[in-house]
Design a protein around this ligand. Structure first.
Ligand code: ZN
Length: 177
């Protein structure tokens, strides 16, 4: 019986046109502090507080990178950029994204789409939807219509609600050749 099933799959002509579609999920949290730039998805926002972290603290790029690596089953950014590496102090997260794009290329894969939800209390993110979306498309070298970006607040609850941190969730769809 098993043999027959295998045979019928092999004979199915549509199988030839099927592609290998993978989905990955990423998450990141950064503490906010005064005297740091607020860079979200590669876009700089004028605000007195920014993200603490060994890079520029761009939690949107970090979570998208982790989602892509997750889709490829290639670990997470901490493997390639360990927090203990002091040379990474203050580096642009664009460098991290470049490395992830190299891994994609090596695996002959490309991004189908990314979907991002940022959880932040202040500043209000809605006015920055378009510029952040544009910036993400540029950083990850994909069409803008393949990038979804939105934000939620925590209704004043917890550390995010008190403006002490931001959280980001991301999903990436990747197609392998
Ligand atoms: Zn991070």
């Amino acid at each position: 019986m098993k043999k027959n099933i295998k045979k019928s799959v092999k004979k199915n002509p549509s199988k030839k046109n099927m592609f290998d579609f993978r989905i990955g999920f990423g998450y990141d949290i950064h503490r906010m502090t005064e005297g740091r730039d607020l860079i979200l998805g590669g876009y700089k926002i004028n605000y007195p507080k920014g993200m603490l972290g060994h890079s520029d603290g761009d939690l949107i790029i970090h979570s998208v990178c982790d989602a892509i690596l997750g889709a490829l089953n290639e670990g997470e950014i901490g493997v390639y950029f360990p927090p203990t590496d002091l040379t990474l102090m203050g580096i642009s997260s664009g460098v991290i994204a470049e490395r992830v794009l190299e891994i994609l290329k090596k695996r002959r894969a490309h991004i189908n789409q990314i979907d991002v939800t940022l959880v932040a209390e202040e500043p209000k993110i809605k006015p920055y939807y378009e510029p952040i979306k544009k910036s993400l498309a540029k950083v990850f070298k994909i069409d803008e219509n393949r990038v979804s970006f939105k934000a939620k607040s925590m209704e004043g609850l917890g550390e995010v609600g008190r403006g002490e941190a931001m959280i980001c969730y991301a999903v990436a769809g990747v197609i392998l050749k």
